[in-house]
Design a protein around this ligand. Structure first.
Ligand SMILES: Cc1ncc(C[n+]2csc(CCOP(=O)(O)OP(=O)(O)O)c2C)c(N)n1
Ligand SMILES: [Mg+2]
Length: 546
């Protein structure tokens, strides 16, 4: 059996249903021969974003796999892998490499060397019979521990060499580990003793699928819950104990509750310092529960720490806390939920004029508000992009179902959202998959709307076109005045049509809802949709500083 056929057969045994890639890489042809659907993108970055979403929206139960060629393919893919590394997403990346006799000779791009700092596991296969071992290691790493990309580089001359049969390979196992029981008891005592605890859930809860345990803990402690952007939708945001998600812009109730907390319990989160996450107020005691001990005491000091799977951690805490509370809540819920409701009402009253504005050009907030109230939120997966659209949508989009929002932003590559929506749609064809982005973002990956059309991935793309990089206006005043440096332009509805998709340009506030309804219908007919809303250069966000 040729080494490349073994790669395809191993992918099949690992349950890979589709391989996303860009030629030239013989794995694509071998995968097709093995009846794995091959999906060809317009540029590597988008393909990686698609693979990334496949892993995200399945809690890593399906692992997104991407393949590309040596040299330019691998060079151009770097952003996609770096983004997945930044946001801790488990994907498998399979670049070709230059033939072995020149693989380590400049100026040839060597993935094994260059991807070292954006992967958790990396190898170059130099012998054909090392293929099964290398892939077993890669899949074991990607399915276990801290989720992050793994990469195996195959010098092209390895592919056509023979390896012995039969091929011995079984799918890599998934293993979980839980926290130290003594630490669990200490944390349970601290949580029970706290008067105003706040629970902060990260994406570890998504990967552990520990949504119901999180909810039980919140209800038992009668404690309010927020999430990181990556953890958004881990807790129902219409629950009376929800404070909404963290991010650059956040709800007022989240800000107030964090400010007045006497204990913050982070579960399945890294507490990394980032502009796109809520900063923890200084001086608060923090409990940090996470899978990766490398995150403990990294950006914040933890009073207590638990290391392990979020589900096992919450299970263990629930037992201990129930024991201490005689099995039931103490009757705090009413006061807590009334306080959340009071501040939320205040906050929403402040924002309603923008959310329901009849301004022209359109308010992006109005577009988002109408979108939220037109689609079936429970059956929708939505993602933002970098720039203003993220900070406009994340505080106001109320998730009810786990993994119905792909939040991101440890690094924030413009154009990421399109591939995420496409990957989500591949993994969940029955759901409406939406990306909300600005006109700068579409400049990066817009050509891959053609991929959505060609590969029959009917997503709904909501473009907020204000002919500007509006978020940069305050910091590029002179460049804008003198050289129009923040101006951009384009007719993206026409672009979508030119690619064979459905495109509409919307300028009237009264047309927003009907356009969305038409768009959703088109996606149900299998046609990707791009709705282009002409919006004002809105840069007021729900940002609260301590
Ligand atoms: C690849 C990349 N380069 C640069 C940036 C920095 N950046 C963030 S938002 C932004 C402009 C966003 O403009 P747009 O998407 O049109 O949204 P708007 O603020 O106009 O609503 C830029 C340049 C980035 N996030 N990603
Ligand atoms: Mg813009």
């Amino acid at each position: 059996m040729k080494a490349v056929a073994a790669v395809a057969e191993i992918l099949k045994r690992e349950g890979v249903k589709f391989l996303i890639g860009y030629p030239v890489n013989p794995i694509i042809e071998a995968a097709a021969q093995a009846d794995i659907r091959t999906i060809i993108v317009r540029q590597e970055r988008t393909g990686l974003h698609m693979a990334d979403a496949v892993s995200r929206v399945t809690s890593g139960q399906k692992i997104g796999v991407f393949t590309m060629q040596q040299g330019p393919g691998s060079e151009n893919a770097f952003g996609g892998v770096a983004q997945a590394y930044g946001d801790s997403v488990p994907i498998v990346v399979l670049p070709g490499g230059y033939p072995r006799r020149i693989t380590n000779i400049p100026p040839n791009f060597n993935s094994f060397l260059n991807y070292r700092h954006v992967t958790k596991w990396i190898e170059q296969v130099t012998m054909p019979d090392a293929v099964p071992d290398a892939l077993r290691r890669a899949f074991t790493q990607v399915k276990n521990g801290r989720p992050r990309p793994v990469l195996i580089e195959f010098p092209t001359d390895v592919f056509q060499e023979e390896i012995p049969e039969p091929l011995v390979y079984v799918a890599a196992p998934r293993m979980r580990f839980g926290p130290d029981p003594r630490a669990v008891a200490e944390v349970a005592a601290a949580l029970v003793a706290a008067e105003r605890p706040v629970i902060y859930a990260g994406q570890g809860v998504h990967y552990a699928q520990a949504w119901s345990q999180l909810r039980r803990l919140a209800e038992l402690l009668e404690a309010p819950v927020t999430t990181s952007l990556q953890g958004k939708s881990a807790f129902p945001e219409n629950h009376p104990l929800s404070l909404g998600s963290g991010g650059r812009s956040v709800s007022k109730q989240l800000h107030e509750f964090l400010k007045n907390a006497d204990l913050i319990f982070g579960i399945g989160c890294s507490f990394s310092t980032t502009n796109y996450g809520v900063a923890m107020p200084k001086g608060k005691p923090i409990i940090h529960a996470t899978l990766d001990p490398a995150d403990i005491n990294k950006d914040i000091r933890a009073e207590h720490a638990l290391v392990g799977d979020a589900g096992l951690t919450l299970d263990a805490l629930l037992v201990e806390i129930k024991d201490r509370l005689n099995g039931k809540p103490r009757g705090r819920a009413q006061a807590v939920t009334a306080e959340i409701k009071r501040i939320k009402t205040e906050w929403m009253t402040q924002w309603m004029p923008k959310l329901t504005s009849s301004a022209k050009p359109l308010s992006p907030y109005r577009v988002i508000w109408d979108l939220l109230h037109t689609v079936d939120v429970a059956r929708t997966i939505v993602t933002h992009d970098a720039g203003s659209p993220r900070d406009q949508i994340s505080p106001f989009w109320e998730c009810t179902e786990p993994l119905s929002y792909i939040g991101w932003g440890k690094t924030t590559q413009l154009g990421y959202g399109l591939g995420l929506a496409m990957g989500a749609k591949l993994a969940h064809p029955d759901k409406l998959c939406v990306n909300v982005w600005g006109d700068a973002a579409i400049g990066f990956t817009g050509m891959d709307f053609e991929t959505a059309v060609r590969e029959r991935i009917p997503i709904l793309s909501i473009l907020l076109n204000n002919f500007s990089m509006a978020i940069e206006l305050p910091i590029m005043k002179t460049a804008t005045e003198k050289f129009r440096s923040t101006d951009i332009s384009g007719n993206y509805a026409d672009m979508a049509k030119a690619f064979g998709g459905y495109g509409e340009r919307v300028t009237e506030p009264g047309d927003i809802v009907a356009a969305i309804q038409r768009g959703v219908k088109k996606t149900e007919e299998g046609i990707p949709v791009l709705l282009e809303f002409l919006t004002e250069k809105e840069i007021e966000f729900s940002i609260h500083k301590y």
